[in-house]
Design a protein around this ligand. Structure first.
Ligand code: ADP
Ligand code: ZN
Ligand code: MG
Length: 653
């Protein structure tokens, strides 16, 4: 039940991909580390008590007792180590398996054992039956046996602490290590990963800007000799998927220099203090490899406006950001290291980052226009065998608002479709089906509608389509479908004739009326409402609010932007900071209410006036489930409505 309008995506807020600082992997990591430590300590103590069983020490007997036992011929052997005596008794049972009885005693200090025994009146005869074994008391084993109980645990704990600290350091060191992902490095010798400007289609202006940087990296002397200052920092700005990362890599590939890349969110991820030290390591490495490029992807994750007052996690982010600034300021002019960064939220970046001498060169990457889209499709059609009917121009025409990444996945989906249906070549039909798949997710054929639901959905979509055909500034209908797709139950696909960068108030108003077309139709035809229009209502209400608070498109409120580009963000300013009073707030609400209601009336009038056409469209939808543009226009003509032509739209604007 969605209305699809890709062209708007450039107008909407670019989704904020960054994370809440301080809630990343670190706490989890710490917990698992502590748990591991406890486990290891437990293991050590168990192992220790097994090696040195404390419980059943041999019985201690007195020297007189020993003398008696020797006299009675019970003793087999006496081992002497220093003053300690270990006495082994004769086996009392015949079974060999029973262990010999062992007791311990002590002799008098400095007196020979035989002497002591003689003093206890042990006869020489009895003594001769005993095997007396005198071990050296200064030997290693003596000391070891005595000290081991103290030394071994200390040693184990020492090893354990050493391992732990090594692991912690490892986190910082990882940025240095090549394979371990943190800072990814692409060396100029790596031909497989090499990307050049030829791989980046369109983006002509951006490439021209960056060609200068390539020139400098290739031939720095030329610039330095003439005293030219080369920018240290270049900020690539553009919607997600417009090829920022790709362009940065292409610069390195063109210049043939090492490319160090790390994502902003990776800085914040680890223990406190690691972010800053990573920055230091990264810059050190890059300087060693100069000429080189450092690429910080999604810099908004660390580079947001500081002082948001979010507590602990924020400090870490600020330290990381400060370190980046410090490193960039520390660059010598002849350093031959260029820092590139990418963001899709330039509006939230800290002004300090944008100051001269830092990211003062900014390159904006727009969503591709029709020609660029065709070029991008061409780039990604390499290695894909096409059937004769493939026409990339048509595909480019049908995909306004698609980013490079969208087009890439469109091509890929097309190939997958062909392969799945066992064909050797990708056909035009595969690509056309992929457009919708990329836009809204796969068809959900299994999502079966009941007869009643099908009828409601058909009328709902017919309502959208009819209103949009009769309002002068609404985009023409390309396709209507009641097959569920992604999250939508059915959809009406509108595409503008041309790519547009500016949108007018009249267009917005017509858009809102079209959005409400489904709602109005359900209410009028079934005298009831479903949850179907909920998304339509959200989108159109948000648009109405933006008209009032951002674009100055309300007569009553006047030319005031009540909200900035990013809206009222939680981070930049306090949560409760309002820029306007409650009274103004109420007035905004009233104005939004008026816009919504006014457009509902307009939609209602159209539906009432063209009930016949509505019924015809809905009926056909129930039969065929999808209606393409040509067929739709025939239905309009049959009911006395003139379909929109390209010239009409151009004439108006
Ligand atoms: P971003 O960093 O701006 O989000 P990426 O550079 O990661 O976008 O682009 C994602 C993918 O989209 C690229 O790997 C590439 O396949 C494709 N792509 C984007 N823009 C272009 C372009 N201008 N030419 C060719 N391919 C592109
Ligand atoms: Zn709808
Ligand atoms: Mg990227």
């Amino acid at each position: 039940m969605d209305i699809l309008k890709r062209k708007k995506s450039s107008n909407r807020k670019i989704p904020n991909k960054s994370r809440i600082p301080g809630f990343g992997g670190s706490p989890m990591n710490l917990f698992t580390k502590i748990a591991n430590a406890i486990l290891i300590i437990l293991f050590i103590s168990v192992a220790y008590s097994m090696i040195f069983p404390g419980g059943d020490k041999p019985e201690q007997i007195s020297l007189s007792q020993l003398s008696n036992d020797i006299s009675s011929g019970l003793v087999q052997k006496v081992e002497v180590k220093g003053d300690a005596l270990t006495i082994t008794y004769n086996s009392t049972s015949t079974a060999t398996s029973t262990p010999l009885l062992i007791k311990e005693s002590k002799k008098e200090e400095g007196v020979a054992l035989t002497q002591s025994l003689a003093n206890y009146k042990v006869s020489e005869e009895a003594l001769s039956k005993v095997n007396i074994d005198i071990g050296s008391d200064t030997g290693f084993s003596y000391w070891f046996m005595n000290l081991a109980p103290f030394l071994i645990p200390i040693l184990l704990i020492g090893i354990f602490i050493w391992m732990l600290t090594r692991q912690m350091k490892g986190a910082g060191v990882q940025a240095m290590s090549f394979g371990q992902s943190k800072a990814r490095i692409i060396l100029p010798t790596d031909k497989k990963q090499r990307v050049t400007f030829a791989d980046v289609a369109g983006s002509k202006e951006a490439k021209e800007e960056l060609a200068e940087v390539v020139d400098f990296l290739k031939n720095p002397k030329k610039f330095l000799d003439i005293g030219a200052k080369i920018p240290k920092g270049i900020l690539l700005m553009g919607a997600p998927g417009t090829g920022k990362t790709l362009l940065a890599r292409a610069v390195a590939g063109e210049a043939g220099v090492a490319f160090f890349s790390i994502s902003g969110s990776e800085f914040v991820e680890m223990f406190v203090g690691i972010g800053a030290s990573r920055v230091r390591d990264l810059f050190k490495m890059a300087k060693n490899a100069a000429p080189s490029i450092i690429f910080i992807d999604e810099i908004d994750a660390v580079g947001r406006v500081r002082g948001g007052g979010m507590g602990g996690g924020n400090d870490e982010r600020e330290q990381t950001l400060n370190q980046i600034l410090v490193e960039m300021d520390g660059f010598e002019q002849n350093e031959k290291v260029i820092v590139m960064a990418a963001t899709n939220r330039p509006d939230v970046l800290d002004p300090a980052l944008l100051r001269p001498g830092r990211f003062d060169r900014r390159v904006i990457i727009d969503l591709p226009d029709r020609n660029d889209r065709e070029a991008i499709l061409k780039v990604h059609s390499k290695e894909k065998p096409f059937a004769e009917d493939v026409n990339l121009r048509t595909i480019a025409e049908r995909t306004p608002g698609f980013s490079g990444a969208d087009l890439f996945s469109l091509m890929n989906e097309g190939a997958i479709l062909a392969a799945r249906e066992g064909r050797q070549k990708v056909s035009q039909f595969d690509l056309i089906r992929s457009i919708e798949k990329v836009m809204m997710g796969p068809e959900r054929k299994s999502h079966l509608l009941s007869t009643k639901e099908k009828e409601i959905t058909a009328y709902h979509e017919a309502g959208h389509a009819l209103v949009s055909s009769l309002l002068p500034y609404a985009d023409p209908v390309h396709k209507i479908s009641i097959i569920a797709r992604g999250r939508a139950g059915g959809y009406t696909l509108h595409l503008p004739f041309e790519d547009r960068r500016l949108q007018s108030k009249k267009e917005f108003l017509d858009d809102i009326a079209v959005s409400l077309g489904g709602y109005v139709t359900e209410k009028m035809v079934f005298h009831d409402l479903t949850t179907g229009p909920s998304n339509d209502l959200q989108v159109s209400t948000a648009l109405a609010r933006d008209m009032v608070t951002k674009y100055g498109m309300s007569e009553k409120m006047g030319p005031i932007a009540f909200e900035g580009e990013g809206g009222r963000t939680m981070f930049g300013r306090g949560v409760n900071d309002k820029e306007y009073s409650d009274k103004i707030n109420a007035e905004i609400d009233a104005e939004v209410y008026d816009i919504m209601n006014g457009n509902m009336k307009r939609a209602e009038k159209i539906i009432t006036d063209h009930k016949k056409a509505l019924n015809a469209i809905a009926k056909r939808l129930i039969e065929t489930e999808t209606i393409e543009r040509e067929e739709f226009e025939k239905l309009l003509v049959a009911n006395g409505i003139v379909p929109k032509k390209k010239e009409d739209i151009e004439h108006q604007s």
